[in-house]
Each structure stands twice: as C-alpha cells, then as structure tokens.
Design a protein around this ligand. Structure first.
Ligand code: BGP
Length: 473
C-alpha cells in the first residue's frame, strides 16, 4: 500500500456536455458549435458544416445519450465511490440562441435533475460553464468570441446558473482549456470562430481570448456576489513542453512556449493582469489588443480561487528542424526518446505531471486540481464482452503515483477527476473508438450500438483506489 492522499481529497471523473449528452435538439435546446462538427479520425480533421449535411455523421447529436441515461450513469459513478463529478452545462440548452431574452426552463430543469441525482449519492458537481461549445447562433450572428458583445451574453448566462444552482454547485470552472485559444484549433473549438486558415492568426485569437478573459473575470466576481460560499476556478490545458536538447536555443524556446501556451492565461486569471512577457509575444505576433478602460480593473478583481488543469502528455520543442514529430492534445511536438506513446500518438509522461504541478504551484500558490487525465485507447471486448483494460489501469496508476508525490512535494491538491469515466465522444477526432472510460458504452463510430453500459476491469480498480484514498494503486 502507498501513502494515502490528504483528507478531503476529491476523487471522481470528468465529462463535457457535447461529448456525452446527445438530445441535441430536445426540450428547447438550440444547436451548439459542437453540433455542427462532423466526426473525423486521427488523420481526418472534423469539419464544421454551417448547414448540416444529410450524408455526414455528427457525433454530438446522440453522443452516449447521457440526457436519458444520467440516472444509470451517476449510479455507476457512485458505485465507484465518486466524491466529485465534473460535467459541463450546455449553454445552448439554457439560451438556445445565446441572446434569447430569457432562459429555457426545460434546459435548467434537466440540470436540476442531474444535481438531484448527484446529491442522492453525496457527489459534488464540478461544473464547467463553457466546455468547447457555445450556441451556434452566436457564431453565425456575432462571429463567436471575436465580438465583444459575447462578454455580456456569457455573463448573463453565468449569472442565471449561479442563481439557479446556488448552494447546489460549490465548484465552477469558467471555460474549459481557455488557453486552447493560443493554438489554431481553439479558434472554433473554444471561441466559436469559423476562420479561413490564413485568417486564423494569433492576433485574431488573442483579441477573442481577451474577451473571454474579461468575461471569466466578471463571472468570478458575479459568482462570489451571488454565492460567497462557491469556489471558481480557471482551467488550463497544460501542454508540458520540454527542450529537446540542452542547446540554449531549445531551452529558450521551451520557456517561450510555456509562457505563451500555458502561463499567459494562467497569469491573467490567477494574478489578475497580463504578464510582462506578453510584450514580447504581442510584438512577435503583431498583436495590438483592443481593450476598454474598465478591462484592467475587471481582470484584477476577477481572480480565481483555484487552478484546474488537464494533463495527458508532454512534448519536446526544438529550435532545429528535421526531428521526428509526434501528435498531442491540440499541439504536437518532437519525439522524446525516453517516452512511449499512446495509440493516438500522445507521449505518455507521468513524471511530467509531477513537474507540472510543482511548476504551477510554485508560480501561483493557490490550490490545484487535475480535472482531466486519461488514456484514449481502442478497447476490444473479449469473447464474453469483458474488457481487460490493464493498459488504462497502468496509465492512471502511474499518473496518480506522481500526483501523490507532488502532494508530498508540498503542492496543495484539491482532487482528481479522470477524463471520460464513461466512454464518450473524442473532442479532437469525434470518435467513440478512442475510449477513456471505466465504463464501456456499446456505441460505434458508424452510429450503431445499443448504448448498453458495461463495467471494465478498470472500474473495479478505480473503486479500490477511491476507497483507499489513493493508497491502493
Ligand atoms: C481535452 C478536452 C476534453 C477531452 C480531452 C481528450 O482537450 O478538454 O473535452 O476531449 O481533451 O481529448 P480527445 O477527446 O481529443 O481524445
């Protein structure tokens, strides 16, 4: 047995509305940006189709139908002993067009039912306000986050949630992986902007990101006013980028990559102001940010209570070319000769999680939470339908070991929610076959399947991990 985690450490799993709910037009819900994305694959990017194509497949339309299976699924999470469940609220369930005069009561009532179910088992909801989706009408009418008016629309939406679920939701995240805006895929995924490749520049994305950062800060302040007991966190996709060699130019490039991809968003949301290195970044990328006089005070007053991250893999960066490349979450990099990769080419680096947590806690000194970590793998059911996912147990065990070491290094950790506790739609590829779950869902990429849920070997393993507060790995 290893040493246990601190008392009160929250164990659970993480999901996103557009990757689990389905019911994409039910009970008054409007289409979201995710609903307009076709399925794809490792080498075929998902397509955004402003007009749905009859011949295309849209994974979020049914996903795994959590909308109708939530009672069964939450009972399974409770059976594993979850103390926290990360989910997102679909903005377009609450404001179908994003700028509707009043919220959709049926949408609000669905999440009431979900929180009722979680309360039955004593599971804390951790709610992401916008997780890689916004009402598609906001893309069509405003051009997504490039339009400053989205700040007010997001704030109206967030205030409805804080008031409706006051006392029931103690933990909020303003945006999922808000720093994905530093990379081209974030333009549509996180910012709802349909851009031609040549238009998709750091300057366009940074202006939209500024609006998101102001919106996040104003939401933090509103949350604290409406419910002083709640905690609001930022959420970063931590892309651990290490120098391929000790050559000074590689070391400097790794620092610059970390500053721009990860720390810029962390600094604004945690320290309340753009960091000094922004000057270099804005100069290099020809960025002239358009701000309003009130923005500086808004950012300063809207600092978050905790910092949540997703962590899957690490990359190497190098100033020299011609090195073997690997893929990754949102961005690839160069191959690290000391690491193995997943079936989807992501480099598996458990010690990188410990490095990342020390790095962030050293910089920010506020509680941290790992709200995404998991292994996407093609699970193949055995003759009796059983799934012996020892590879997933191995990946998670190695990362949880590093989590505990980080806690012993002095890092203040709130909890851990494994990504995809139940098989769900992959965000980058739209695939079901890239499975993450402790629970298998019979849904295939051609849309077939019974949606039956089945426990994998890792289900029983994770149940023991939670029961021992991380001691029995
Ligand atoms: C993160 C997203 C999650 C999830 C995860 C796994 O970036 O926040 O929503 O999708 O990536 O990635 P994928 O689903 O592409 O395998």
């Amino acid at each position: 047995m290893m040493k246990a985690f601190p008392e009160g450490f929250l164990w659970g799993g993480a999901t996103a509305a557009n990757q689990i709910e389905g019911a994409w037009r039910e009970d008054g819900k409007g289409p979201s940006t995710a609903d307009m994305q076709t399925g794809g694959g490792l080498h075929t990017p998902r397509r955004v189709t402003p007009v749905l194509e009859a011949s295309a497949f849209y994974p979020s339309h049914e996903a795994i139908d959590f909308y109708h299976h939530y009672r069964e699924d939450i009972a399974l999470f409770a059976e594993m002993g979850f103390q926290v469940f990360r989910l997102s609220i679909a903005w377009s369930r609450i404001f179908p067009h994003g700028d509707d005069p009043k919220p959709n009561e049926q949408g609000l009532a669905f999440y009431d039912r979900v929180f009722d179910e979680l309360e039955k088992y004593g599971i804390e909801p951790l709610v992401t306000i916008s997780h890689y989706e916004l009402p598609f009408s906001l893309t069509q009418k405003y051009g997504g986050w490039r339009d400053r008016r989205l700040i007010g629309l997001y704030l109206d939406y967030a205030k409805v949630l804080f008031k409706r679920y006051k006392g029931r939701v103690k933990y909020w995240l303003t945006f999922n992986e808000i720093n994905s805006a530093m990379l081209p895929p974030g333009a549509y995924l996180s910012q709802g902007m349909i851009l031609k490749e040549e238009e998709n520049t750091p300057a366009i994305r940074m202006q939209a990101l500024h609006h998101q950062l102001v919106a996040s800060a104003l939401a933090v302040r509103a949350a604290h006013r409406i419910d002083p007991a709640c905690k609001v966190g930022c959420m970063l996709c931590y892309l651990d980028s290490q120098p391929l060699t000790c050559a000074p130019e590689d070391v400097l490039l790794a620092q610059y990559t970390d500053q721009t991809v990860n720390l810029l968003c962390g600094d604004v949301q945690i320290r309340g102001a753009y960091p000094a290195f922004t000057r270099r970044y804005f100069e290099k990328e020809h960025i002239r940010l358009e701000t309003m006089p009130e923005d500086e005070a808004a950012l300063r007053r809207g600092r978050v209570d905790f910092c949540a991250i997703s962590y899957y893999m690490s990359n190497c960066v190098s100033a020299r070319a011609g090195v073997e490349e690997v893929s990754g979450n949102l961005m690839g990099g160069y191959k690290n000769p000391h690491l193995e990769t997943s079936q989807w080419g992501w480099q598996i680096d458990p010690a990188g999680l410990r490095w990342t947590l020390n790095h962030l806690y050293g910089r920010y000194g506020i509680p941290l939470m790992v709200v995404e970590n998991g292994l996407g793998a093609e699970d193949k059911p055995g003759p009796g339908g059983e799934i012996e996912d020892d590879y997933r147990i191995d990946y998670l065990r190695r990362h949880i070991e590093q989590l505990r070491l980080a806690a012993e290094d002095g890092v203040e950790l709130m909890g851990y929610t494994a990504w995809g506790p139940i098989d769900l739609v992959s965000a980058s590829t739209g695939e079901m076959k890239k499975r993450y779950g402790f629970i298998y869902v019979d849904k295939q990429d051609d849309g077939s399947g019974t949606l039956e849920r089945r426990k994998k070997k890792s289900f029983y393993w994770y149940k023991k991990v939670i029961a021992s507060n991380g001691a029995a790995l």
